[in-house]
Ligand binder design. Structure first.
Ligand code: ZN
Length: 360
């Protein structure tokens, strides 16, 4: 896809509604963009999409991005028509008051609301200075009673999804939307498979949209058992340190793809990291290293499946994820796509044996 096509794709893909456990709209979209590029489509029983593309050899390579996003479910309907919510995935309540939310019913009806907020007028300092708790937040759908909510067909357990309109920023490489965590990673997996359609590669490629990552890497586990890959790369977002008070690290917007050497759930396969670095240097692909002590990605489940899967995470620097407005740089996306395309072209039986040997 060229720049304009990529932007249209990312707009559609990030605006799609898919909190953990409710990813169907996103998996259908992912499938649509892979139609004609994958040879077949399969699913695990949690709903992860598994697109398969035959190459000229038998090494099974899985690339995956999680298609779920953080949000909420309706936990209680108050008598006066306000909705109480429980978080799905990690939220800091600080980012929530006065934001718009979509509420989607089992039948797919969608209603807009806002998170209630209190005006600061006359607010006591102890209230003003503390972050609200999610249990104290509520969604206002602009109705007068519980009866009206019920007439809309809204029930306990329905999805509450951040509402954001996609935006190209003032430097057109910078784009802003909800759910770049991890639609941008799943988008990489789509684009890699599309590009490899035109080229020979000595592998069987699986491009996977995993579900339920935000609640504990669940789709990664089931999809890995479905595919049984020899090598698996998770693509996800990571910290972008280039903001005021952003902390220490090299991963930042425009610095390229970040090779994640460790997080709290996985230590990257050393041989694989070396192979990625060599490709980046050979092909002039911009990269940094990334290392985190907290947080995890799909790799956390993948690496310890069966008797172990050769695995690492490629990360895309992202600002403000787990909020309504996250920011990524399209150049980093390109770098990640280019690296994976070159990697899959290079991987074959011999390289796989080298990777095994590098641990012995
Ligand atoms: Zn993620």
């Amino acid at each position: 896809m060229n720049y304009d096509e990529t932007i249209r794709f990312l707009k559609e893909f990030t605006e799609a509604k898919g909190i953990s456990g409710n990813e169907k709209e996103v998996s259908r979209l992912m499938k649509r963009y892979l139609e004609g590029y994958a040879d077949s489509f399969e699913y695990d029983n949690l709903g992860s999409l598994i697109a398969k593309q035959e190459g000229t050899g038998n090494v099974k390579v899985m690339i995956c991005g999680h298609i779920d996003e953080v949000g909420f479910i309706v936990s209680k309907i108050e008598e006066d028509g306000f909705l109480r919510i429980n978080p799905v995935g990690g939220w800091w309540a600080h980012v929530l008051p006065s934001q718009k939310m979509s509420v989607v019913t089992y039948d797919g009806k969608c209603y807009m609301g806002v998170v209630g907020s209190i005006p600061p007028h006359g607010m006591k300092p102890e209230v003003r200075n503390k972050v609200m708790e999610i249990k104290d937040l509520y969604i206002d759908l602009g109705v007068a009673s519980k009866k009206e909510i019920e007439e809309l067909g809204i029930n306990i357990g329905d999805s509450v999804i951040p509402y954001t309109e996609f935006m190209v920023m003032n430097n057109p490489d910078y784009i802003c939307s909800k759910a770049f965590d991890d639609r941008i990673g799943a988008a990489v997996c789509v684009e890699v498979m599309r590009r490899l359609k035109k080229e020979d590669h000595p592998n069987t490629l699986y491009s996977v949209g995993t579900v339920q990552e935000e609640v504990g890497l669940r789709g990664a586990r089931t999809a890995t058992y479905h595919v049984k890959p020899d090598v698996a790369i998770a693509v996800d977002v990571s910290m972008s340190y280039d903001v005021p008070g952003g902390g220490q690290g090299d991963s930042k917007l425009g610095a390229g793809v970040a090779l994640s050497v460790m997080d709290s759930s996985v230590i990257a396969h050393k041989g694989l990291v070396k192979m990625m670095v060599d490709i980046c240097k050979e092909k002039n692909i911009k990269f940094t290293y990334d290392s985190l002590v907290a947080g995890g990605t799909d790799s956390g489940e993948i690496n310890k499946s069966y008797d172990g899967v050769i695995n690492m995470t490629l990360s895309l620097p992202c600002r403000y994820f787990h909020s309504h407005n996250s920011v990524v740089n399209i150049k980093d996306y390109e770098a990640c796509v280019n690296l994976l395309v070159e990697f899959i072209k290079k991987l074959d039986e011999n390289k796989l044996q080298e990777l095994y040997e590098s641990k012995r």
